[in-house]
Design a protein around this ligand. Structure first.
Ligand code: IMP
Length: 427
């Protein structure tokens, strides 16, 4: 199989970074194609832990080309800090990183807008990461106030930034942003961004053409999804979603590579479920079970440090997103987190308005009303972080994995029992 996609099938934070890092060995190129610095990908390598938000997780492998493609929204300050941080720790970041000239740029006003417009008419906040992601994508679709990476290398870019800053001022002043806010200071912003643009210049190119050439010459591409498919702007739990297509749907548009060139899709799930931010979460355990999972799994946001909401595995949701993302097989992550529990539950259906269904509702208000139907399985109460072969797992852990594969409808191909590369079982 040449080209592979790694997609989160839940609400993000499925430990995709580890899987991408593992699979990178068999690929030539790793591509981020949506999202931005709202993502937090953790890679543990050589005993060191790295947190990435914009740079593809392939950066740790020599000879792998990393691409931040057109569908990503780039905060240049965050990106440069990430590059500096990696270099300081001895990781090469040079010609092995490319940034699309078509990617959209996050500007200071986007962060202000995110703060102001995070509220939802239903009263429950979306609970965004406040990184300006939604406002930047909104400007991309709106076009007139959008700024792309390539704009900084064309004559007249300062005038354009100044004009956009002025129209943002007119929009944001009535919403309470002071006219002299640093987030609207065109002169200061131009100075700051001129510096970023110069530093990023060596990385910027036409990644669409590069990837199309790579497809033609048979190079092996790995597409690294950010967030999870339930946060997909079109197919997720709208409006409690992110602003990009975080299911497999995002790849063709976000990278410029037609879907027919994606040969294998690996769906990544946790052995349980988590969610950060607002929105319904049918299997949530807002009790001692949830607390236990949060403690053992260190379930705190990589980007915002918010405690993640925790609950049992939701097979109704995962089956839906596995189909949606064209998933061939699944990787089950963080199985070790469940080790101490006497009983483990899987949600296999929902009760909705008195009827049982295995369909994932298409409206958030109906999703709020579902009652999960749980199946109970015995736990294994034995530490498994040192296990390296499926046959060496406790029988109840194997039964749990078999059942997950059945209810999701896809074979389990990889099992993770700890953060390190070595703590992985290939089924
Ligand atoms: P935004 O992407 O910052 O606009 O946030 C929208 C929703 O997506 C919020 O509920 C966030 O908590 C969630 N979200 C965004 N990025 C991630 C991620 O990488 N992991 C988990 N949740 C995320």
């Amino acid at each position: 199989m040449a080209n592979t996609a790694v997609i989160g099938l839940q609400w993000g934070d499925e430990a995709k970074g580890k899987i991408v890092d593992l699979l990178t060995e068999n690929h030539d190129i790793v591509v981020r194609y949506q999202g931005g610095a709202n993502a937090g990908h953790t890679v543990v390598t050589g005993g060191q832990t790295f947190k990435l938000s914009l740079i593809p997780s392939g950066i740790f492998r020599p000879n792998v080309q990393c691409v931040i493609a057109n569908g990503v929204v780039v905060n240049p300050k965050t990106l440069l800090a990430e590059i500096d941080g990696l270099r300081k720790r001895g990781v090469r970041v040079g010609g092995n990183l490319m940034i699309s000239s078509r990617a959209h740029v996050i500007l200071p006003w986007h962060v202000e807008e995110d703060r102001i417009l995070n509220e939802c008419p239903t009263g429950e906040a979306i609970g965004t990461t406040l990184r300006g992601i939604g406002p930047c994508y909104r400007d991309k679709i709106g076009r007139s106030q959008a700024v792309r990476v390539g704009d900084f290398y064309e004559a007249g870019w300062r005038e354009r930034i100044s004009a956009v800053a002025e129209s943002k001022r007119r929009m944001l002043e009535p919403l309470g942003v002071a006219a002299d806010s640093p987030a609207l200071d065109a002169q200061a912003i131009c100075g700051e961004y001129a510096d970023y643009a110069e530093r990023l210049r060596p990385f910027v190119s036409d990644t669409t053409q590069f990837l199309l050439d790579a497809v033609d010459s048979g190079q092996r591409i790995l597409f690294e999804g950010a967030q999870g498919a339930l946060l997909d702007i079109d197919h997720g739990t709208f409006p409690y979603v992110t602003s990009s297509n975080s299911s497999g749907m995002g790849i063709p548009a976000g990278a410029g590579v037609p879907g027919r060139h994606i040969h294998k899709v690996l769906g990544v799930v946790k052995a349980y479920c988590t969610r950060v931010g607002g929105g319904p979460f049918p299997t949530e355990q807002d009790n001692e079970i949830g607390q236990h999972i949060r403690q053992r799994g260190q379930e705190y946001g990589t980007v915002t440090r918010r405690p993640r909401r925790c609950g049992w595995f939701d097979a109704v949701a995962a089956r839906y997103t596995a189909r949606l993302s064209g998933t061939d097989a699944i990787a089950v992550m963080l199985l070790d987190v469940l080790s101490a529990l006497p009983e483990i539950r899987i949600c296999t259906a929902y009760e909705l308005d008195g009827e049982r269904t295995d369909r994932f509702p298409d409206h958030v208000e109906r999703l709020r009303r579902v009652q999960p139907v749980f199946e109970s399985l015995p736990g294994w109460q034995k530490e498994i972080s040192d296990v390296r072969r499926l046959g060496d797992l406790p029988a109840n852990a194997r039964k749990y994995l078999d059942r997950l594969g059945e209810v999701v409808g896809r074979p389990v191909e990889i099992v993770s029992v700890g953060p390190d590369r070595a703590q992985t079982i290939f089924a």
